[in-house]
Write a protein that binds this ligand. Sequence first.
Ligand SMILES: Nc1ncnc2c1ncn2[C@@H]1O[C@H](COP(=O)(O)OP(=O)(O)OP(=O)(O)O)[C@@H](O)[C@H]1O
Ligand SMILES: [Mg+2]
Length: 347
Amino acid sequence: MAGTLVGLDVGSHSIKAVELARAGGRFRIARAATVPTPPGGLVEGLPGDPKVLGPAVRRAFEQAGIRNRRVNTALSGRAVVVREIRLPQMPDEELVQAVRFEAERYLPAGSKDAAVDFQVLERVQEGQTTRLDVLFVAARREVVDGYVAALREAGVTPEVLEVSSFALMRLFKDEARDGATVLADLGAESTEILVLHNGRLRLARTVPVAGNALTRAVAGLLGLEPTAAAAAKEEKAVAVSNPATLTDPTSARIADAIVPVLGDILTELRRSMDYFYSRWPGEPVRKVLLTGGTARLRNIAALFADELNVPVEVGDTFRVVAGDRLDPALAPVLATAAGLALRGAES
Ligand SMILES: Nc1ncnc2c1ncn2[C@@H]1O[C@H](COP(=O)(O)OP(=O)(O)OP(=O)(O)O)[C@@H](O)[C@H]1O
Ligand SMILES: [Mg+2]
């Protein structure tokens, strides 16, 4: 068991645990599980009751058969702020204070003692003065404490607590090394959009439109309860621009319901790409990779490629870390958890 790496991704819909083992010079997935997140486990993207979330996290480890309980895990979505800022050059001790001061401005007022981490990306010469491009992440202290309490309840020790977007970047770093790449993690509550350029993060946004919004639209139009609507969506939904092209009548009705929501997600992707194009003109987005459970929606990559006019693929975790006996449908779902585990392979 020594030497395995464990990644834990706690989402609003499901908890994913992945254990990597070294095989030859590479890592492969030795064990993995996904279990549903119980109601109240996460509340509006923030860790909920540790007594509810903790046992579900424990179940994920038991179901996967993972005994290594030292994990790399992350906060995601609304729980964290990720930004790049430019500051004057200054001594390191002052920089720590300056970044903290800036970061706290992005958190709700009165966020005392926030958890802040940062990295200097680049030194930029502006005339006579040197300035620093700094990437920071920040979270409210209560949010971090609430999550750690749930992990403790699960008997899990966080070795590393980072930000889910960094895990995605890590997993796809080879695919995103050259030129501009967009990573879009389409979960249940939210979609995380990252624009990478030559391996560097240029934009990170969380938009509150993803699988749940699709389910609500299906429930509304077909008059179904949420659970039935989610099941209908997962079984029968096809992403198309024109529902009339679908021969199956249920799929066509579902498509009627989801087309506007997919349109909203596409609008957010276009906005993010436009922002990138405005700041880095002449750098085309070479590829969009979709991950998360909603990337399993049939035909979504083809629809998005048509609409965005760039190549779009469903991100394949198993291309980076082989998962021989795992359900191929988990390829986009385990991306964040696998990227988290790989953090341990770096140091
Ligand atoms: N075959 C499928 N077709 C369409 N949607 C699917 C399919 N399978 C799962 N989903 C949807 O994927 C979503 C769950 O994805 P995921 O597990 O990535 O979310 P999460 O990480 O828990 O949520 P979040 O990151 O938003 O907190 C749900 O909305 C679910 O209905
Ligand atoms: Mg998620």
